[in-house]
Ligand binder design. Structure first.
Ligand code: IMP
Ligand code: MG
Length: 214
């Protein structure tokens, strides 16, 4: 079961354990200034320590589900690269990893609804999916359009199984039904950044998941 978060869950200045606990805007200290872009520090929604625990939990489940197998992780660039790297290293089974770059957002905070392949899988990798266990790894499932599109496309390559692993699920904005086999956190309808996830290419480097307060 994913952990269900509300926006207030982790916005606590004094919260123990979270490595990065920046507070909004005027609360910036010199140590936090690297998080300050465009005059705003994203507030913490999920601290680094919680992310680490959850990634581990997902990796344990996946490792149990594929005994004796070597699943192929298909990571969706750019947002999922940090999550994929951490997840892969926590698996206790061997795995492969390939990347595909899809775009549905452009430079806005609302999905355009149209999925485009920006960088496709190489032809030899596509051929190698035949008969294999594929796990799509994504940062966040929002409308669901991106993953629905990718899943259908991958299925044409005749893998043995295709499952979906997503760190975050934003169910309030779903437009199409998507089954998330491995889900980290269910989050409210906020535009989030950090841990690989960007806003106009900024904030990917944050070690926590945050949101910009409007
Ligand atoms: P979907 O097709 O609407 O499900 O879009 C999924 C993709 O949109 C994610 O993999 C992200 O790259 C991007 N996305 C969705 N919500 C957010 C957000 O809150 N912040 C940043 N990117 C997001
Ligand atoms: Mg993405």
């Amino acid at each position: 079961m994913p952990q269900i978060l509300t926006v207030s869950t982790y916005n606590v200045k004094s919260r123990k354990g979270g490595a990065a606990t920046p507070v909004p805007m005027s609360g910036a200290t010199s140590g936090e200034s690297r998080y300050l872009l465009r005059g705003k520090i994203p507030r913490v929604l999920i601290p680094q320590s919680r992310i680490n625990k959850t990634v581990k939990r997902l990796a344990v489940r996946i490792s149990k589900d594929y005994p004796g197998k070597r699943p192929i992780l298909i990571s969706i660039l750019n947002g999922a690269f940090v999550f994929t790297a951490d997840l892969m290293r926590q698996l206790t089974i061997p795995s492969e990893c390939h990347f595909i770059k899809l775009s549905s957002y452009g430079n806005r905070t609302v999905s355009s609804g149209k999925v485009k392949i920006v960088i496709d899988l190489p032809a030899n990798i596509k051929r190698s999916l035949n008969g294999r266990d594929v796990i799509i790894v994504d940062d966040i499932i929002d409308t669901g359009l991106t993953t629905k599109y990718l899943k259908a496309r991958l299925k044409r390559l005749k893998p043995r199984t295709v499952r979906l692993c997503a760190l975050l699920d934003k169910p309030s904005r779903r437009k199409v039904k998507v089954k998330i086999d491995y889900c980290g956190f269910r989050i409210p309808d906020k535009f989030v950044v950090g841990y690989g996830i960007d806003y106009q290419e900024d904030y990917r480097y944050l070690p926590y998941i945050g949101y910009i307060q409007s």
